[in-house]
Write a protein that binds this ligand. Structure first.
Ligand SMILES: Cc1ncc(C[n+]2csc(CCOP(=O)(O)OP(=O)(O)O)c2C)c(N)n1
Ligand SMILES: [Mg+2]
Length: 358
């Protein structure tokens, strides 16, 4: 029997996995459509390079996003420079598309303090590791925008696992009560580390959680960049028109490990994984663009070549940043260090002076 919630929240789709059309194509200028695909190519190139850099010991733990490029770029494509973005660690594809310098994306996994300095021209919060905490920050900026009479929207990105956190529910409730211009964008990638979404929640969808807060909910195929664009457009228009928040569930799949410290072969069904590889968002969108005469084999070759070059330049730039002082770990948290932390900092500095490791 179909659960009632699945009837209320059907999956919004525009493209089939083979790139053929099964829904209403959103109105997007041709050059923007091409630019969105180039953004996906750049993101995939960055992701693969970062993974290899970690294996070579040149960056630290890294959280790959391959498979989730359409969910991110299809939604970031609707955002303006002054919109507020509060994301997690798995949104580098979208953030880079929005203007985060590639080198800075790499510095995140180098543990470099500069990774937290977001470009002045963007309203982007530093990447959040505490699951769901950023949902509240976005509600805060959205509330501020509403009070100031500004037209910008706030968007928070988070995963399926984040919906089990109290912060998520507090954020949705506050946003709905105060009708603030915020979009809750959940990338349901089917996993919270090794916990499958079926164990994470008793509801068959995440979108239906919107009902409890009396807000709009949309469930969309997260591997279909055009469907994501359509869903996000509705949510952004509602928010800018003062009609309140929207919860979007983008159904996608994490093709890689949770992080470079994880081995998904220990818990993942390989057949299911292969099925999702066939639904790769890049393949689908490229086939669509080619069928529309918007993309050629030469465009494809150039896009990957340019992406590779940009990523290599970024690696060089990130690696040329001066190494941070390890003792800086103690800075920027307290106005004046508590005694025990001050003692630890002194000890660390002494070890470093003696040339010992830490
Ligand atoms: C409050 C909190 N609890 C636990 C963790 C450890 N942790 C890091 S990632 C993660 C899983 C999150 O899954 P999901 O929200 O689906 O995001 P995804 O990693 O799949 O993008 C957990 C539990 C954390 N960072 N913060
Ligand atoms: Mg997840």
């Amino acid at each position: 029997m179909t659960h009632v919630s699945e009837l209320q929240f059907p999956l919004l789709k525009v493209l089939n996995a083979d790139g053929t059309v099964c829904g209403e194509i959103p109105d997007i200028p041709a050059e923007k459509q091409r630019e969105m695909y180039r953004g996906m190519v750049l993101a995939r190139t960055l992701d693969q390079r970062a993974f290899n850099l970690q294996r070579q010991g040149r960056i630290g733990t890294y959280a790959p996003f391959s498979g989730q490029e359409a969910a991110q770029i299809g939604s970031f494509a609707l955002l303006e420079q002054d919109d507020w973005i509060a994301s997690s660690y798995r949104e580098l594809a979208g953030l880079v598309y929005h203007g985060l310098p590639l080198a800075q994306a790499l510095l995140v996994s180098m543990g470099h303090p500069h990774a937290g300095y977001m470009p002045e021209n963007l309203n982007v919060f530093p990447i959040q590791i505490i699951i769901a905490a950023q949902t509240l920050h976005a509600v805060g900026t959205a509330w501020a925008s509403k009070l100031k009479g500004e037209k910008n929207v706030s968007v928070t990105y988070f995963g399926d696992g984040a919906t089990s956190e109290g912060d998520f529910h507090e954020a949705l409730n506050f946003a709905a009560v105060y009708k603030v211009p915020v979009i809750f964008f959940c990338q349901n990638n089917h996993w919270a580390i090794s916990v499958p979404v079926s164990q994470q929640m008793a509801t068959p969808t995440i979108a239906q959680k919107a009902v409890a807060y009396n807000m709009e909910g949309i469930r969309v195929d997260g591997n279909d960049v055009l469907a994501v664009y359509t869903a996000m457009k509705k949510a952004v228009e509602r928010a800018r028109a003062g009609e309140g928040p929207t919860l979007i569930e983008a159904v996608t799949y994490r093709l890689g490990p949770h992080t470079t410290a994880d081995d998904p072969t220990r818990y993942r069904d390989e057949e299911v994984w292969k099925g999702w590889q066939e639904r790769d968002p890049l393949i689908r969108y490229r086939q669509f663009l080619q069928s529309e005469q918007l993309w050629s084999d030469e465009d494809e070759r150039l896009a990957w070549e340019e992406a590779k070059q940009k990523v290599e330049e970024a690696v060089e730039m990130a690696e040329s940043f001066p190494k941070p002082d390890p003792a800086a770990l103690f800075d920027h948290v307290y106005e004046s260090l508590p005694d025990d932390a001050a003692e630890q900092k002194r000890e660390l500095q002494e070890r470093l002076t003696r040339g010992e490791g830490y």
